[in-house]
Design a protein around this ligand. Sequence first.
Ligand SMILES: Cc1ncc(COP(=O)(O)O)c(C=O)c1O
Length: 447
Amino acid sequence: MRELSNIIEEYKKKTPKSAEMHAAASQFIQGGVGSPFRYYEPYPFFVDHGKGGRIWDVDGNEYIDMNQCYGAIIGGHAHPEINKAIGEQAEKGTMFGIPGPITEKLLKELLRRYPSMRFFRFANSGAEATMYALRLARAFTGKDKIIKVEGCYHGAHDALLISDKPHRPSHMGPAWAPTPTIESAGVLYDTAKHTLVVPWNDPDALEQCLQRNLGQVAALIVEPIVANFGMCLPEKGYLEQVREITRRHNILLIFDEVKVGIRLAAGGGTEITGVKPDIICLSKAFGGGLPIAALGGSEALWDMFYPLGETIHFGTYNANPVSVAASIACLTKVMTDDAYKHLNKLGEKFKKGVDESLRRHGIKAVVPGIGGMWTVFFGIDKHPKNFRETLGIDKGMWRKWWMSLVTKGLFITAPSAYEETFIGAGHTEKDIDEALNKIDDAFKELI
Ligand SMILES: Cc1ncc(COP(=O)(O)O)c(C=O)c1O
């Protein structure tokens, strides 16, 4: 068995320039990173460039990238079609704050992929999309409260920074009626009064929550396929029951498809589950690598937004033409039917390989997921059905495995045991074969 300290020493030897850059950046930004989730001990490597399924750091080390910018890259890094679209639009000008000719093309493509939606509006990040989704739901229903699922992250704005990864069992309340816990200093205490929390895969708990808050709830926000406490699929019939319950209580159902949308299928989680929500939030893979988000609404919500209605949705950067151009190229030229087939085939091969390798080494772990999105949970032998069932995972083992993989040149996931791989259409069979060899080698170091 290899010690973590030994792996970290090897990592340090391979990444001296990253160490220097991190030390310099740390003087001017906390943790030396642009977004805190990118930090890990002893320091993150600094990236120089990427191509397809691979990235290279400033020390010249090559990595197979299965984090794909937390799922924001789907066709591979520096895709020529997307770069061409960005370049052509940049030549014409990057931003005007005036409507232009290309937005309609993107809207049509989105509505083709998500036919249950009547319209889409644009924003710049997943957090913005979910923030506007809540506002729209509150405006439409005239109710204040929102329900979310325990363990799920929907962006760093106050209303949803509740019970995203609660970690103190004494504060979490009963499993069937979790106590909303605030996850950041600075979030108003009262926020937790308006954001209620339910367990995933438990329709009775949702019904009871609505009974306790009768006539006060505007919406339930869920990922149709959870990708935020690792991968956690809805049990058979769960989402159908959720749809029935939300309809019966006259509350809106919001699908946060920021991670799974566009990625798991052309029409994301909505297409895969067949359940039709009232509102859909998209971002990440949707932008093909540029910042953009979209908020879709059903027919009933058409006239809610200003100038038809009184709900506000503003933004200098909304529908910025460079992001729109990149998104059109990603959706229409890169993510074709064949690209989805390729991605899913690689995903299956990956999952099979990891399972076999775990079995060979006798390591207790499960690998839940779908398509190209997989999580390895060490220390448990049953797929968790909700966040509480992940509390027993072996994070120490995961950390050692993850660090070992980084040192071997595989950036398997973002630096958290709750993240998943993002296998994309930019990966190749060779990427998967090499990744599986590295994974197997890293497993050997755990036993
Ligand atoms: C499901 C989900 N919703 C929303 C967000 C927030 O997206 P962004 O980081 O673009 O604000 C995330 C980010 O990871 C997410 O996973």
